[in-house]
Every structure is written in structure tokens, then in C-alpha cells.
Design a binder for this molecule. Structure first.
Ligand SMILES: CC(C)(COP(=O)(O)OP(=O)(O)OC[C@H]1O[C@@H](n2cnc3c(N)ncnc32)[C@H](O)[C@@H]1OP(=O)(O)O)[C@@H](O)C(=O)NCCC(=O)NCCS
Length: 166
């Protein structure tokens, strides 16, 4: 059955996702801190749920921008993965994802990783379908909304320059 898309604008807050996880010994790299690929998987999961909450139909990951690992974390760290839609475009949505961690014995969370992940809404035929506009309501949400357009414009400009060189 075809999925129905409600194209009425949706507030950014409606796409907010927070997932908690604990870092297990099997999630570590050979240096004894959290494996980056494990963190990326959690971020893609939270980001995909956020995009789905915004548009209400299946989404696929199309690109990841500015993935930054800021700090390592050992086993026993309690992770908090937060995601929300920064901006919806036509069929795509930029989702901001931030991972913080409460390390064993510490009382304050540390920023571990952040990224901007773009998802595309997909219809029953596997092709992109339009998504509702996103409505930023707070100063922070409005800042992220404006910055998402800058990132998109910069990417498109770079794509054009690279294509012109071929
Ligand atoms: C996502 C997919 C359907 C898009 O197909 P496409 O032919 O590029 O479609 P379009 O050119 O119409 O672009 C669709 C949207 O994707 C965006 N997009 C395409 N490439 C992009 C990129 N590299 N970075 C950011 N956005 C991108 C376009 O800007 C467009 O957004 P808009 O409608 O909001 O302007 C196709 O690339 C795909 O199936 N990719 C594989 C997805 C996947 O398997 N992910 C991993 C598992 S979830």
C-alpha cells in the first residue's frame, strides 16, 4: 500500500530523537576506546529515525557531512545520541546528530562526535518523494536552519566546479 505524505509544515521539535546506550567492551577499538564505526552506526540510526519522524515515510541515507570525532570514550561510558531535522529541502532533509558521553567516574558529559547527515524520502517505487517543510521555532533551530542551506549551497557549488573540470 502506498504511504501517504502529509505535506503540512512540521516543527523541528517533532523530529527530536534521543537514544541512550552503554559502551560495552565489544564496542572498543584496538586502543581501548569506542570504535568510530560503532558510533557512526548509532548516529545513522538516530538520524534516520529523526528524518522518518519528520516526513512519515521510508528514508535512505544519502550523505554525511562534517563527521567529527572530538573525544575518545572508554567502556562503561553512557552515550546519549541526539538528532533532529535541521532543515527539510524538497525530497531531502539535513539531520544534525550529536553524541555526548558520561564517562565512568565523571559527573559531566563530554562531547564525543557530531555530524550532519542527509536523508532522502523514498516512495513505493524507490524514487525520491517530496517532504514537508520544517519549521524552526527557537533561535538555535533558526541558526541550524540557515547553516543547513549554506552547507547545501557549498556542496552544490563544489559539485559544479568538479563537473566543470571533467
Ligand atoms: C537517494 C537516492 C534515491 C537519490 O537518487 P538521485 O537520483 O540522486 O535523486 P535526485 O537527484 O532526485 O536527488 C534527490 C535528493 O537527494 C539529494 N542528494 C543527492 N545526492 C546528494 C548528496 N551527495 N548529498 C546531499 N544530498 C544529495 C538531492 O539534492 C535531492 O534533494 P532535494 O530533492 O531536497 O533537492 C539514490 O542516490 C539512492 O538510492 N542512494 C542509495 C541510498 C542508500 O542505499 N543508502 C544506504 C542505506 S539507507
Amino acid at each position: 500500500m502506498a504511504q501517504q505524505i502529509d505535506l503540512n509544515p512540521r516543527p523541528v521539535a517533532a523530529s527530536f530523537v534521543e537514544m541512550d546506550e552503554i559502551v560495552q567492551p565489544s564496542d572498543l577499538n584496538i586502543y581501548g576506546s569506542i570504535f568510530g564505526g560503532y558510533l557512526m552506526s548509532l548516529m545513522d540510526k538516530a538520524g534516520g529515525i529523526s528524518a522518518f519522524k519528520h516526513c512519515g515515510v521510508n528514508v535512505v541515507t544519502v550523505s554525511v557531512d562534517r563527521l567529527v570525532f572530538k573525544n575518545p570514550a572508554p567502556a562503561g561510558t553512557v552515550l546519549s545520541v541526539k538528532a533532529s531535522v535541521n532543515r527539510a529541502f524538497h525530497t531531502s532533509m539535513e539531520v544534525g546528530v550529536l553524541v555526548t558521553g558520561l564517562k565512568p567516574g565523571e559527573r559531566q558529559e563530554t562531547t564525543l562526535c557530531s555530524a550532519y547527515i542527509t536523508y532522502v524520502a523514498i516512495g513505493a517505487d524507490g524514487r525520491p518523494v517530496p517532504v514537508p517543510p520544517s519549521l524552526p521555532e527557537t533561535p538555535e533551530q533558526r541558526r541550524r536552519y540557515a547553516e543547513a542551506e549554506l552547507r547545501r549551497s557549498a556542496r552544490l557549488a563544489l559539485d559544479e566546479r568538479l563537473a566543470a573540470q571533467q
